[in-house]
Structure formats: structure tokens, C-alpha cells
Design a protein around this ligand. Sequence first.
Ligand code: PLP
Length: 460
Amino acid sequence: MIARPISNLYIEHYQRKEMAGIPIPCRNMKMNKNAKIETICVQGGYEPQNGDPRILPIIQSTTFKYDSSDDMGKLFDLEASGYFYSRLQNPTCDTVAKKICELEGGVAAMLTGSGQAANFYAMFNIAGAGDHIVSSAPIYGGTSNLFTVTMKKMGIEVTLVDPDASEEEIAKAFRPNTKALFGETISNPSCIVLDIEKFARIAHSHGVPLIIDNTFATPVNCRPFDFGADIVVHSTTKYMDGHAMAVGGCIVDSGNFDWNAHADKFPGLTTPDESYHGIIYTERFGKLGYITKATAQLMRDLGSIQSPQSAFLLNVGLETLALRMERHCYNAQKVAEFLEANEHVAWVSYPGLASSKYHALAEKYCPKGTCGVLAFGLKGGRDTAVKFMDSLKMIAIVTHVADVRSCVLHPASHTHRQLTEQQLIEAGVQPDLIRFSVGIEHVDDILADVQQALDAAYKA
Ligand SMILES: *Cc1c(COP(=O)(O)O)cnc(C)c1O
């Protein structure tokens, strides 16, 4: 049991505080203040005290005991910090949120039950019926459905924009009721690299935050806050977990967006919440207001928590994230080069390739490498794609990306099959696109499997 509860509402990232010159002691006092990302992966989050378990404990408890009615009452009024019910907060989950918060360089974070829940909460925390959001068009199929179908039913409209369009062009999508701009650092599955600084400028000139889904790059390869993003979301299901063990998500706030400067746009944060005796989140919690509201209001009312068991597994994954990303990127680069040189391959999209339209953006935003996912098309189109995938032996066809095992998927037949041909193209998904998630096996074995499947697919 963690003796002293660590509340995600009171997370302050030491580096940021250091920069701001505010002398608040960081939690991980034993970790070098300028610790590198590799060190935070291993040492961040959990800080055992004298006699505590060496490894993050799984607090498998729905509830927490208090001595008096008054103690408990203060928690419900958000007057005191502490745990009372795991739908709102759980120490295991909060500790892992804290590690991700440190990795991203944010001020507060919360885990969610899935990446979908993270994206939904990140938006719904600041947008409601009658509001509008702007999103980059090439994004994950699930997020695209969430924005264009489900949130639309809730009265929130979305305009999808071409991320490569000019600032003036993208600005035309904004309306007086626009509440956020959204994009993915590296889009799933098309591997488009977002110009985060451009997006941040557009968002901020319209008085709204930039929300970035950083699932594919991970904070090991890109920290969107360094380029002006305000909120980062993750599907932790992917590289962070890395072993395809548990579905999960996370929202991290940079603490940089000034909600009060645009108070009329964000009444949920800047006016009294009647369900908490009229507290005003930005007033009471300052930079922690956004995550506090998402926890105290959305998680309270909508659920979607990550289980402590899953958070434990996520933490184990995070410990090796930096090492794994290095190998994923190395292998994916080799596979991309191999495919590009192959006569049967029509096209390859991998930002690590010098020929990629996104190479310069990748060098800027992800200098260490982008991710292990690439997309390509085979000459012969859809049918050949299916033949190739069915001929693979080690590399499996699975609805997943970004774990240690190499896998492939044909989005037009699988994840994006609800979309029309036109919607597919808008989402950056060519009908012949094969999404290849390159794992951390030896690259020679990956290439050998690809080669034999190509031979089989093109056998007369
Ligand atoms: C998978 C994914 C999601 C959704 O995450 P789940 O954990 O599957 O709910 C969101 N965004 C991106 C970029 C993803 O790859």
C-alpha cells in the first residue's frame, strides 16, 4: 500500500517548475532534476519510501477507509485531497499517470479506460452541445467516427481540415463556437507528420487549445508541449504498453493554456460547477483545473477508468519504452527502405525515408525517429494486398499496432471498413494501403517473411 496517496491533481513536473523558477519540490526527489526521457521511463512516477514495495503496488480496491464522516465529506467537496472511490481516483492509476505526465512534461494527467475515452474526455471537457471543433482529417478511424458520428449526435460539430493546407486555409474552418483544434503527431495509419507549431499558431490565434494525440510518436520521440500543444492524449494500448496486454488511455495537460483569457468560450472551467457547490475549476485549481474537472466531473459521471491491474501492466511497458522505440524505429527504417527498393511495391509512406513528403517535418519534430508503423501499397491493388498478407508466416494479421510483434492490417477491409472510398481518401487511407507495424524481432527475420510473402503473392 502506498502510505502517502499521490493525487494526480497535485502533479507538478519538476523540469517545468525549474524553468518557471517556482521552488516546489518534485515528487521524485532522488531522480536527477534534468533526468533524460530514458530515466523517467524507468524511475518516473512511483517513488517508494522507506520500507515500501520496490515495485508499484496494484491497489485492487474500489474504495478507501476514513475515520470520520467529516474526513469523507471534505473529499466529496474537493476540499481535501485523497482517495475515496476508484472510479474517480486510484493510487496505482495515478502513479502511472504521473509517470506519463513527467514523460510529456505536463502539470497534470489522468488515465482512462481506452484511447477512445481519452480523446472523448479531452474534447468533452471543453466542448458541449452547440459547440464546434476542428480536426486534422487524417486521424485514427475510431477517433474519426467519434468526432463525425457520435459527438455529432451529442450536438458537437466537427470540421475536418487538410493538415498540409496553409494557415489561412485552415483558419477558414474556425467559427465563433469553435472550442479546440485536434491532430495526431504521426497519423494512424497514413504516417503523416503534423506541423505542430503551425497548428498551435492557428489554435492560439483563435483562442482555443491545441489537442495532440501523441500515441504513435510517444514522448520518447516527440514532446508536443515543446512545440506549443496544450493538451496531449494517448492510446496507451499502443507503444506505451507495447506488448498488446491492456487497453488504456491517458490525458496530459501542459498547464499552458490560459482558460481565463478566453473565459466566455470555456464556461465549464471558468464559471461555478453546481455539482460541486459552485466551485470554479480554474480559480480553485489553477493550472490543474482542466484535469481536475475531467476527473471530478467526467470520470464521476461517465466512468471509463483504467483498472489498477491494467495500469500496473502499462507501467511495466513504460519502463522499456525508450529502448523499444529505438528498435521499432531502426527496424521500420530498414523495412521501409527494403519495400521502397522492391519492384512490386507501388508506394511506401514512412517519414524516415528521404523521399517522404514528411521527411523534413519528421526531422524537426521527431529527430530520434518517428515510430515503427509504416504504410505501403502493392502493385495490383486490393486483391494483391490480401494475397500478400495471407502469405505472411511470422507477421500476423491483427487489429493492433505498436507492440513488440510485427503485424499487418488492411484498413480498408478492417479498421476503416465503415468509411466510403471518398472518406478513406480524406482520412489518408488509400484503398490498397497495408499498415505494417514493425516489431522488435531481428530485422532479418522480418524481411525474410516479407520477401517470401511477396514471392507468393506474385507467383504466376
Ligand atoms: C488506437 C488509437 C486510438 C484509440 O485507442 P484505444 O486504446 O484503442 O481506444 C486513438 N488514437 C490513435 C492514434 C490510436 O492509434
